[in-house]
Design a protein. Structure first.
Length: 156
């Protein structure tokens, strides 16, 4: 199984890029892991939030391979403790899918077309986080889940 983090956004500042790469490399020791992104829609005059979300959804859709397990991050999703996320990861890895794609929206979230297509919706809670930091948080939690599953000392 392979993991892909697919995010809406812009090029990240250097410190965030370093953290994303740090956790991507750590996670890659357990499962092949990629981090990809699609451009955030510019909110110029005349572009509504709805239109921006739809355009971002089209870009995301073009990057989603058939048969992948899709996990969308959204405040309406299910929250887990780290050990519970590890158990859920184990379940997903046993599902027979070749790829798990975690989708993070931009500042306006994800379009309902992406949310309805997702196999699962995951939440970090009701607080709003910068979507760049959400990438780091997600990769770190996926790495933590794999260390729990493999008995590697990291989680405390």
């Amino acid at each position: 199984m392979r993991i892909t983090l697919l995010a809406v956004g812009r090029v990240m500042p250097h410190p965030i890029r370093e953290l994303v790469e740090e956790y991507r490399e750590r996670l890659h020791h357990f499962l092949p892991t990629r981090v990809e992104w699609v451009a955030e829609e510019k909110r110029d005059k005349g572009v509504t939030a709805r239109q921006a979300l739809e355009r971002e959804a089209q870009r995301l859709q073009a990057r989603l391979p058939a048969g992948a397990l899709l996990v969308a991050l959204d405040t309406s999703g299910r929250m887990f403790s780290s050990p519970d996320l590890a158990r859920q990861m184990d379940h997903w890895m046993q599902s027979g899918h070749a790829e798990m794609i975690f989708i993070i929206g931009g500042p306006d979230g994800l379009d309902t077309s992406i949310l309805s297509q997702a196999t699962f919706t995951l939440s970090f809670g009701p607080m709003t986080f910068p979507h760049m930091l959400a990438r780091v948080m997600l990769l770190e939690q996926l790495y933590r889940a794999m260390t729990l599953l493999r008995g590697v000392p990291y989680h405390r």
